[in-house]
Design a protein. Structure first.
Length: 406
């Protein structure tokens, strides 16, 4: 944890170094919006599409514009908890969407409900507590299926590749298990930091126990304690956006990130553009998303959100929420988990493999080097991620054209 000694060291060092310490060191690209950044990286910017979920959320899906994109194999990225689509672009010209586009794929990214770009609703405002009554369950049941259909509507292929990081992995498994017909629309799903079971994450279990103890308080306050909400994170995001630009504070930003991610060995220290990183990893989300993960961590059940025995009985006709039907996932999956990733362990992956029918591989070249966030920030991405990623994608990039489209 960050302590008084650490801050004292920084303070006295800066008194000695004076002006040098208070200089800003940041990449000016951090001030660019995503469209301008993508244009700078050699593409036509991005275009936005919107779909409306059955429960009224207006979901933003972005598309990297390039020539002849409708004829290229489509790839849809799904980001992690509190992040947004831009989180995949942190390494700029070496970021995964750009590498994938450079190798001839049609690149799309979804912004999950509750994030900055997907914060509208047909009847609710962000100030309405009801707006935040969702978890990753609804993102998987409603939003991702709509996004898949929207992508395929603009492409001649009848299948796409899904790439999910962290919560993006969870969402994919919800969709493919509960809406099995969507397996026919997915050529391959690649799970970076596979996120289903969390046996090794002691913090998730601890928070789950605390949430159970505090349940009466939470019920009394409703969900006004929306710590992951767009409103709460926006203030933190804007503060850190400036704070982490100063040389004096960069070590503190690295330590905060490591502790938040529970990884002393995270490659977060290699982030060059902290402004961009902060803006695109603190984008909003609901308290229930975090609570749902805590429930899975505490019970070991990959199940629907638990409202408590009494309400579960009303909603699910059972005191326990029903399990997601992982046996329905029949499209090929790639499960990646790093050695330093506390949010998935070898035991978690082994348990998941026994419940899936079509695991392409669990082998990951970056296993010994990666923690949960490193898929977005690590050094040597070509060596540890891209070569393997592109080989797998090539294997499953079938020429699947819809009837009459060519």
């Amino acid at each position: 944890m960050l302590g008084i000694q650490f801050f004292s060291f920084v303070f006295w060092s800066c008194l000695i170094l004076q002006a040098t310490c208070w200089k800003m060191r940041y990449d000016a690209d951090g001030d660019l919006n995503l469209n301008d950044l993508v244009e700078k990286l050699g593409y036509g910017g991005i275009e936005s599409f919107y779909v409306t979920s059955p429960d009224g959320y207006i979901i933003n899906i972005i598309h990297v514009k390039q020539q002849n994109s409708e004829n290229l194999m489509p790839v849809l990225f799904i980001h992690g908890l509190t992040a947004c689509a831009g989180s995949f672009f942190g390494k700029k010209n070496e970021s995964t969407p750009i590498i994938v586009a450079n190798h001839g794929y049609d690149v799309w990214l979804m912004n999950n409900r509750g994030t900055i770009e997907s914060s509208n609703h047909t009847r609710l405002n962000q100030t309405d507590k009801e707006f935040w009554y969702f978890s990753w369950q609804e993102i998987g049941l409603y939003d991702l299926p709509l996004a898949i259909d929207e992508v395929l509507k603009h492409n001649v292929h009848d299948k796409l590749i899904l790439i999910g990081h962290s919560e993006g992995s969870t969402v994919i498994f919800v969709t493919l298990s509960e809406l099995p017909q969507y397996n026919d629309k997915v050529s391959l799903s690649i799970h970076m930091g596979t996120s289903v079971y969390h046996k090794g994450c002691s913090t998730i279990k601890l928070l789950a126990v605390l949430c159970e103890l505090l349940e009466p308080v939470m019920a009394e306050l409703g969900e006004s304690l929306e710590i992951f909400s767009f409103r709460a994170l926006s203030q933190i995001r804007e503060f850190l956006f400036v704070f982490c630009r100063y040389i004096i504070f960069k070590p503190a930003c690295v330590e905060i990130a490591k502790n938040t991610l529970q990884s002393e060995y995270s490659q977060i220290k290699y982030v060059d553009d902290w402004s961009f990183f902060v803006r695109n990893t603190l984008c909003g989300g609901s308290l229930r998303e975090g609570q749902h993960y805590m429930q899975v961590g505490l019970t070991g059940r990959f199940a629907r959100y638990s409202f408590g025995p009494e309400k579960n009985l009303q909603v699910y006709n059972s005191t326990e929420p029903p399990l997601f039907h992982l046996e329905n996932v029949r499209s090929p999956v790639v499960l990646w988990c790093g050695k330093n990733d506390v949010f998935c362990t070898p035991e978690d992956i082994t348990k998941l493999v026994t419940q899936l029918k079509n695991v392409e591989t669990t082998y990951f070249k970056g296993y010994t080097h990666f923690s949960h966030i490193d898929y977005l920030v690590a050094k040597d991405m070509d060596k540890y991620v891209y070569r393997q990623l592109l080989n797998l994608m090539k294997k499953y990039s079938f020429q699947n054209f819809r009837s009459g489209s060519v």
